[in-house]
Write a protein that binds this ligand. Structure first.
Ligand code: FES
Length: 122
């Protein structure tokens, strides 16, 4: 069902875990399958210097979260909001149609983590 790149990233995911003193944390549930994605970001001078994730999700959720958190590191908060699930899916060389919703989890968890970060700045 998955291409080789997805399987490779799934087998060796990056950025798995938590950030203890995270600047922002976003947790999103997937209504269609009940799975959960949590993204942690560490921000310094408006730049994301570290990002990690934890998920109760399928191989597609793990692979897309690995790629999405990698994309996050080094980006400004504004740039982070531009990361779309389509970019992650393209990087992975595509996902089966029934697995596209899994890639939305990472995008939405990133947005939730940024919103959490911003709410703490006020
Ligand atoms: Fe739930 Fe993929 S089936 S995240």
């Amino acid at each position: 069902m998955y291409n080789d790149r997805v399987l490779e990233v799934f087998a060796n995911p990056k950025n798995v875990g938590e950030i203890e003193n995270a600047s922002g944390v976003g947790t999103i549930g997937n209504a269609s399958c009940g799975d959960i994605m949590r993204v942690y970001i560490l921000v310094e001078n408006d730049v994301i210097i570290d990002a990690k994730f934890k998920t109760f999700g399928c191989a597609a959720a793990i692979a897309t979260a690995s790629v999405a958190t990698d994309m996050l590191i080094g980006k400004t908060i504004e740039e982070a909001l531009q990361i779309k699930n389509a970019d992650v899916v393209a990087y992975l060389g595509g996902l089966p149609p029934q697995k596209i919703h899994c890639s939305v989890l990472a995008e939405e968890a990133i947005q939730a983590a940024v919103a959490d970060y911003r709410s703490k700045q006020k």
